[in-house]
Design a protein. Structure first.
Length: 431
């Protein structure tokens, strides 16, 4: 994590203070459950809550000697709790604390990411409706294809992020599990009811089989979902980058007063936000493969996953949080140029209506092969020499035998391509 791409709300989840607070709550809630079961004195559980404190610097000092972070924390905690601290961590193992804590942190992160996505979806919906009927050219392979609307483009991205949100809700549910099962996950030295109590207090579910660690397929799914959301960010950012190209200029990132585009060329207005988002998406996706590789641990546990998760947990969530917020702001302020869209639509002299002519010729009795040749023959003339496609089609004798100009002209009506916009919007937005 670096400050440039970090928001405090997400970063604080991964700060030591939050981590140790969660560790303390796990241990303290476990003591409550143990006390209720008669395993430890109730006074001991009460003492943990009342006197339980820790110091980050002191924990770091102890860890330099013990080479064990959980033991360092427990040692520092005992310095405040006193003799009753001997009842803390009864029957538990380090993974009970570490894995349950990570589950809490990832659910906290997911909640922020879900709020981010809600804001992005709201912005995309507003802009989609704003440009619902703003006609523009649709492109395939980067080449003019047929007319669409800018609102439909945005509706497609809205739908992708809506799917991403649904996946994240499921991933949050999947990752929100608690393991307080002791060594190798058998509950030999701790009652399963302790796990149930801690899970309920932390808003988690009970891990059915923890084997000492929570199965890492859960984490793999979580980070994979983050990767897919990041790819949706890049998809939209790439679209904006293309639309902002000088030769296209159909949409543009907002250029702030005083903003500079280039140190050498004062005229430049570069798509810096969408390019930045493309790069940030790569960072989030880079967490996916390590998360998948963490699934295959040795036997009941090893710690090969630990170093990976200490890095990808903060990095992926902080980066995605920043990217979602940046994308939302970018889309809210996006400058759209309908006049330029119309100019680009008209640039090829009506070629974008070729399919409708092709279909009409087949309906009039011409074979599809001959229809395609006739329509393409005239289209290539416009590509190579320019001109008006309708005029060329009208003067082609092969076409004129089947369809006259009076029937060709209505085929160049733009509204033909936008007649089902309402249908698509109802499917996407449910209105």
């Amino acid at each position: 994590m670096i400050p440039r791409y970090t928001r405090h709300e997400m970063a604080r989840i991964w700060e030591p203070e939050n981590r140790f607070r969660i560790w303390f709550e796990i241990e303290a809630h476990a003591c409550d459950a143990q006390a209720e079961l008669g395993v430890i004195p109730k006074e001991a559980a009460k003492a943990v809550w009342e006197r339980g404190k820790w110091e980050i610097d002191r924990i770091d000092e102890i860890e330099r000697e013990t080479r064990h972070d959980v033991i360092a924390f427990l040692t520092n905690l005992a310095e405040y709790v006193g003799p009753e601290a001997r009842f803390v961590h009864q029957g538990m193992t380090s993974s009970d604390v570490l894995d349950t804590c990570l589950a809490v942190q990832l659910t906290q992160a997911a909640d922020l990411l879900l709020a981010d996505m809600d804001a992005l979806l709201a912005a995309l919906k507003r802009r989609a409706y704003e440009h619902k009927n703003t006609v523009t050219i649709g492109r395939s392979h980067g080449i003019h294809a047929e007319p669409t609307t800018f609102g439909l483009k945005l509706a497609g991205h809205y739908a992708a992020f809506a799917r991403g949100r649904e996946r994240l809700v499921q991933a949050r549910k999947d990752i929100a599990t608690c393991a307080i099962s002791g060594a190798v996950g058998t509950f030999a030295n701790i009652d399963p009811r302790v796990e149930e109590h801690v899970a309920a207090k932390l808003g988690l579910s009970v891990e059915p089989v923890s084997t000492q660690v929570i199965p890492r397929d859960r984490h793999a799914f979580f980070f994979s979902v983050l990767g897919v959301i990041a790819s949706s960010i890049e998809h939209l950012a790439t679209e904006i980058r293309h639309l902002q190209r000088t030769e296209v200029r159909e949409a543009e990132e907002y250029f702030h007063p005083g903003q500079k585009g280039s140190s050498a060329m004062p005229h430049k207005r570069n798509p810096v936000l969408s390019e930045n988002l493309t790069g940030l998406a790569r960072i989030v996706r880079s967490a996916v493969v390590p998360a998948l590789e963490n699934v295959a641990l040795w036997h009941e546990r090893d710690i090969s996953h630990s170093s990976v998760e200490r890095m990808i947990g903060p990095d992926a969530t902080v980066t995605l949080d920043f990217a979602l917020v940046r994308l939302t702001s970018m889309m809210e302020k996006l400058v759209v140029y309908p006049e330029r869209m119309q100019r680009n639509l008209d640039d090829l002299g009506g070629l974008v209506f070729s399919q409708r002519v092709l279909l009409a010729l087949t309906q009039a009795g011409m074979s599809r092969e001959d229809s395609y040749k006739a329509v393409q023959r005239n289209a290539m003339q416009v590509w190579e020499k320019g001109g008006n496609y309708l005029d060329l089609l009208s003067s082609d004798p092969d076409i004129a035998k089947h369809i006259g100009r009076d029937k060709l002209e209505p085929m160049f009506d733009m509204s033909y391509h936008t007649k089902h916009v309402d249908t698509v919007f109802k499917r996407v937005f449910g209105e």
